[in-house]
Design a protein around this ligand. Structure first.
Ligand SMILES: Cc1cc2nc3c(=O)[nH]c(=O)nc-3n(C[C@H](O)[C@H](O)[C@H](O)COP(=O)(O)O)c2cc1C
Length: 402
């Protein structure tokens, strides 16, 4: 069977499926449930040292959102949420970890948030002393109470660098930086010595509208997680970050729902994946199907290890310049062609064509070659796959590198 071992810095994981920090790791009970299915690692719910926790989080706990208890709403493809920090400070987690970590099969990684460089350092040291095998620094939290403090959001590369550097020189366990997925930030935390970067898509989101009452559908929602949309955003960032990652591992998250998503992240250059919402929506047994699906896929494709599989798609992507060059070269020659035997004359192609280049005549679509711009929209929309593009040299490479 394929070897699924992977690494976060020097920490070796049995498999690349990590239960990421959040509600799914917020209590010892949740961690026990997840552990039973053998994830590669679990990352504790993020927390702060007592002093900052009292100032920032405590006023919200235990009723973190006093206007109501709608923290989560399942939507068509993911989870709208307004979650907060751990209701327990890091000191509580450190004590718990020291007592309990040996009774878990999977490594339990600490997650440290903060509003000052000093508190990140203090928190990471505390968790190292408690036996955490690695620490992830939360540098990308959209929680509203972090907003006044520059340390919550890592859109500023200098902030990510400052915190990562300080923590790296204070502890000897591997240190990962969970960042907003910006290449400039990834570069800065890598330069600061991060052993891994955790990046991916969690979109800021607003509630829908109740069309009967004309009220927002829920009192608050600030992020959309678990959605496939987020996965595609993460792919985009993986492309740009892969080229600067060097020895720094990438742990990718955002929208993992099934094993194929895990495989895609690895093919895009990630060493591990972090998933969260899917466990909240479907339970931790999903860990097993992610592992099994990935292992079967690796066997089928002949990938003996994750290293062999990692980043395989990257060289196959075109750069933006390649794409523009190819487009300029073939423009005018790339045109749609209709297979009349397959065309059912539905007229969708005619409706969508912005160049008025395709018309249904006598029940069959006909292309006006002089007007067709080869944009591919009629090909994409045709329900009977009757349309294709001719002269498609520019489409040899399908995607555009960031
Ligand atoms: C309810 C909830 C709480 C979360 N809390 C944290 C947190 O405390 N720390 C953190 O680093 N990420 C937190 N996250 C983000 C997740 O770890 C994960 O990165 C994100 O949800 C994207 O993965 P997904 O699309 O599989 O859910 C939270 C996510 C959810 C849904």
């Amino acid at each position: 069977m394929a070897n699924m071992k992977t690494k976060l810095g020097d920490l070796v994981l049995d498999n690349p499926i990590i239960v990421s920090s959040g509600y799914a790791t917020e209590t010892p009970e949740a961690l026990r449930k997840a552990d039973a299915f053998g994830p590669g690692a679990m990352i504790l719910k993020s927390s702060l040292v007592e002093e900052e926790y009292s100032r920032l989080v405590k006023p919200y706990a235990p009723h973190r959102f006093p206007a109501g208890r709608f923290e989560f709403t399942a939507c068509e493809d993911g989870l709208l949420m307004a979650a907060a920090m751990s209701p327990m400070p890091l000191e509580w987690w450190a004590e718990w970890l020291a007592k309990n970590r040996k009774s878990f099969k999977s490594p339990i990684i600490a997650s440290v948030a903060g509003i000052s460089v000093e508190s990140y350092v203090q928190g990471a040291k505390l968790m190292e002393q408690a036996g955490a095998p690695a620490v992830e620094l939360l540098l990308a939290c959209p929680a509203p109470y972090f907003r006044p403090f520059k340390y919550s959001m890592s859109a500023d590369p200098q902030v990510g660098k400052e915190i990562t550097e300080a923590v790296k020189s204070a502890v000897s366990i591997p240190v990962g930086s969970k960042i907003a997925p910006l290449s400039v930030v990834a570069r800065s935390v890598k330069q600061a010595g991060a052993d891994w970067v955790t990046l991916g898509g969690v979109n800021l989101a607003a509630p829908g509208v109740d069309l009967d009452t004309l009220e927002p559908k829920q009192p608050y929602a600030f992020a959309l997680s678990g959605s496939k949309v987020n996965k595609y955003i993460t792919f985009h960032y993986l492309i740009s970050v892969a080229s600067i990652s060097g020895s720094c591992h990438i742990s990718a998250h955002g929208g993992v729902q099934e094993w194929g998503d895990v495989a895609e992240f690895i093919l895009y250059g990630a060493s591990s994946i972090q998933a969260h919402s899917i466990f909240m929506l479907k339970g931790f047994s999903v860990i097993q199907s992610l592992k099994r699906g990935l292992a079967d896929y690796m066997d089928k494709k002949g990938f003996a290890s994750l290293d062999q599989m990692r980043g395989v798609i990257l060289p196959k992507l075109a750069t933006y310049d390649d794409f523009l060059g190819a487009y300029a070269e073939t423009q005018g020659k790339v045109i749609s062609k209709v297979d009349e035997a397959l065309c059912n004359g539905c007229g969708i192609c005619e409706d969508v064509c912005a160049f008025d280049a395709i018309h249904v005549v006598g029940g069959v679509a006909k292309v006006l070659n002089s007007s067709c711009e080869g944009c591919n929209l009629c090909v994409a929309d045709c329900p009977t796959e009757a349309i294709s593009l001719e002269n498609v040299a520019l489409l040899k490479k399908q995607a555009v590198k960031a």
